[in-house]
Design a protein. Structure first.
Length: 385
């Protein structure tokens, strides 16, 4: 038997790739190696699972054994990878076992960014980056009435909306002047903030947490810049994510912000590929679902013998904040142009990023109809053509 395709990671990226492989080839040997428990679940659901009453257990649609049966693959759960040996085309697991591969796909995901904090409560700050984290989060907030979130990016705002829907007091601490500052212009950010406030979310904008101290009676005191302080039961950090590149770098692969890959998702080693939150494709790191889906489909075809260059169409992101329904398609980081904002009679707010030639390069739509969202999406150029 030939050496298998080995997929390192059992998150949405890894299992989506295996599913796409099986649609093309029912018999090729596939091995999934993961440091996690190997359960099948959708990570994007973590930020809006609470109000829906979802537990860590009910988020999973299959355990590792069920995944193995579903995909016709071997799933090695709870098996961290210690090193990659590109010359031998083999992995060494922390257990000492070696696994040979004909192709290796790194679907390692990303780690939460942690800001330096002082105080004896700094180590208690929660992050939610996988199902195990979510289980700890659920336990921590079981009796919590007040939650403080660090970061008003996409994930922080989604958790704030979800926690508020669950009946808790929620505040968000953000150093920028408006939420979602990397995705939307200030006009939209201010309107988005107002809708969150109307839903009962407290926003501390232009502020940064500097220390977290445990309180004698339970809970925490969070000290902010400007010598302000707030008392809270739980602190959740949602500052952002950093692609996991250490394993690839140690193996001599080229890394930048992520594991650098070409349009075939191929790394600097021709037998090693990267996919999902850990991958940097032509300089782009896009930690969203749609880029992952397009990449998994293209890579599956390549691994099955049909080299397929990745193409990213326009991929607007729907932010899961029912209190302030928002769709965003940020312009490219190096785009030249300006935002133009139009308020709709229905209370919607549409911001378009237009270049000097009048081309729409990005948009943010707060409220609005599905038809308006689709019309804007159709005007956008492909992200990678």
């Amino acid at each position: 038997m030939s050496d298998p395709i080995v997929v390192a990671g059992s998150g949405l990226a890894g299992y989506t790739l295996v599913r796409e492989l099986r649609r093309l080839d029912a018999s090729a040997p596939v091995v999934v190696v993961t440091r996690d428990d190997g359960a099948v679940y959708s990570k994007p659901m973590l930020s809006n699972a609470l109000a829906a009453g979802r537990t860590a257990a009910t988020l999973a649609t299959a355990d590792a054994a069920g995944a193995a049966a579903q995909f016709g693959a071997s799933v090695l759960a709870g098996q961290p990878i210690e090193a990659i040996d590109p010359a031998a085309r083999a992995l060494r697991l922390a257990s000492g076992e070696r696994i040979a591969y004909r192709a290796l796909v790194l679907a390692l995901g990303a780690d939460p960014i942690r800001v330096p904090l002082e105080g004896d409560g700094a180590g208690d700050v929660l992050t939610v980056n996988d199902r195990a984290d979510y289980a700890r989060f659920r336990d921590a907030i079981e009796a919590a009435a007040d939650v403080t979130i660090l970061g008003a990016g996409l994930i922080g705002c989604e958790f704030a909306n979800d926690l508020r829907l669950s009946g808790r007091n929620v505040r968000v601490v953000e150093p920028a002047a408006w939420p979602l500052g990397r995705l939307v212009p200030q006009t939209v950010g201010d309107a988005f903030a107002q809708r969150l406030r109307e839903a009962g979310v407290e926003l501390r904008l232009g502020a940064t947490a500097t220390s977290i101290a445990r309180r004698a009676g339970g809970g925490y005191r969070v000290r902010l810049t400007g010598d302000e302080a707030v008392d809270t039961d739980v602190v959740l950090s949602a500052i952002g994510l950093r692609p996991r590149t250490a394993l690839a770098a140690a193996a001599g692969l080229r890394t930048n912000r992520g594991i650098a890959v070409d349009r075939l998702l191929r790394s600097s080693d021709p037998a090693i590929y990267a996919l999902g939150d850990c991958a940097e494709v032509d300089g782009l790191v896009l930690p969203f679902v749609m880029p992952l889906m397009h990449a998994a489909r293209a890579l599956a075809r390549t691994l099955c013998g049909e080299e397929t260059r990745l193409r990213y169409p326009a991929m607007p992101v729907v932010v899961k904040t029912p209190a302030a329904p928002l769709t965003v398609a940020p312009p490219p980081p190096d785009a030249s142009g300006a935002w133009e904002c139009i308020a709709g009679a229905d209370g919607s707010l549409e911001a378009s990023f237009i270049d000097a030639q009048g081309t729409l390069l990005g948009f943010a739509l707060l409220g609005g109809t599905p038809a308006a969202r689709q019309a804007l999406s159709r005007r956008l150029p492909a992200v990678l053509d």
